[in-house]
Ligand binder design. Structure first.
Ligand SMILES: C[S@@+](CC[C@H](N)C(=O)[O-])C[C@H]1O[C@@H](n2cnc3c(N)ncnc32)[C@H](O)[C@@H]1O
Ligand code: SF4
Length: 308
């Protein structure tokens, strides 16, 4: 009997859009945090898999005929950066040795998990090949961060971003449009303004590449925000309100470093209008696309095509 070699996954798995062609390897399962809007820990008991289990999956990938086409590898799950540094280092080194053309390893990282690691730890991970961390900022508004139980503050995001940049790990941060809900203009305004201020504050002095991505809030069954919606305590914003919030964010981007290389994207499937540009060089182009979207509802992604 031939035994089939299959890489293990604890489904459903989530990965950033830019890791769509990456080899996905399950390092952790679920997430240690419980943000109100997120599905990452639903029906999963948090676990860090053993080094042997993960190496077994890396070996399966390395024995596959596709091994030389693996250029990017992403360690699942919701906050794989929580893994103790020795283990993360050993597995990153092992991954790099296993695939001849592997260029980088990536993880999702909650800001607190970055802050718990020392500068030396982060540098060692970066030197080993961990070159990108996807961090959920969601908003720069401390008030809203508290409401959605993000378990982090604007200051945590500033400090975590600086630590990543110091270690030469690329930052890819996500924000969620519509997070404060409809009928609350002041929350939405603070969300946009504080998020822009956060991005202005983390902008490095050099021309390295870093990423800011916007998603639009989805309200999946099982989440706390869904329960709130069912109790009429939360109402989703419509596409017009979401784009107006995004417009206010972009208008308030103002980097002192004019050669900053901040790639701005709203190409996630949850968004009504896919955008891409360099902040703040392409600010007026991005704003005019948002303006057109606001004027022409038919140019927006239909509600039933939106997804996480
Ligand atoms: C799987 S999470 C991992 C992020 C990382 N654990 C952190 O918190 O820093 C990836 C991102 O998806 C986005 N996301 C999660 N649930 C969402 C929802 N219901 N609607 C829109 N975006 C969502 C958030 O921006 C979140 O940070
Ligand atoms: S957003 Fe990140 S930290 Fe929050 S529950 Fe989801 S995966 Fe965990």
């Amino acid at each position: 009997m031939v035994s089939q070699e299959i890489i293990y996954y604890c489904n459903p798995v989530f990965r950033p859009p830019s890791e769509g062609n990456s080899l996905l390897i399950q390092l952790t399962e679920g997430c240690t945090y419980r943000c109100d809007f997120c599905m990452s820990n639903l029906r999963k008991h948090f676990k860090i898999r053993s080094v042997d289990e993960v190496k077994r999956d890396l070996d399966i990938g390395a024995r596959s005929k596709y091994n030389s086409s693996v250029r990017k590898l992403f360690f699942l799950d919701g906050n794989a950066m929580v893994t103790p540094v020795e283990k993360l280092l050993e597995l990153t080194n092992y991954a790099i040795k296993s695939f001849p053309n592997l260029e980088r390893v990536g993880v999702y990282a909650h800001a607190k998990d970055i802050l718990k690691k020392s500068d030396d730890d982060l540098k060692a991970l970066s030197d080993a090949g961990l070159k990108i961390a996807y961090v959920g900022f969601e908003t720069g508004s401390d008030e809203l961060l508290k409401i959605v139980h993000k378990n982090a503050t604007k200051m945590d995001f500033i400090n975590a971003s600086k630590k990543l940049m110091k270690a030469d790990i690329t930052l890819s941060a996500t924000f969620i449009n519509g997070l404060g809900g409809a009928n609350n203009e002041s929350v939405s305004k603070t969300h946009a303004l504080e998020s822009a201020d956060l991005v202005n504050k983390i902008c490095p002095n050099d021309d390295r590449i870093w990423y800011i991505a916007f998603l639009s809030l989805m309200v999946p069954p099982g989440t706390v925000i869904y329960e709130k919606k069912m109790r009429n305590e939360f109402k989703e914003m419509n596409s017009y309100e979401i784009l107006s919030e995004l417009k206010l964010f972009v208008e308030n981007i103002n980097f002192t470093n004019k050669s900053a290389n901040c790639i701005f994207r709203s190409n996630h499937a949850s968004n009504y209008l896919p955008l891409r540009g360099v902040l703040e060089r392409d600010k007026s182009k991005i704003l005019s696309l948002i303006e057109s979207g606001l004027k022409n509802k038919n140019s927006l992604r239909a509600e039933h095509y939106r997804a996480l």
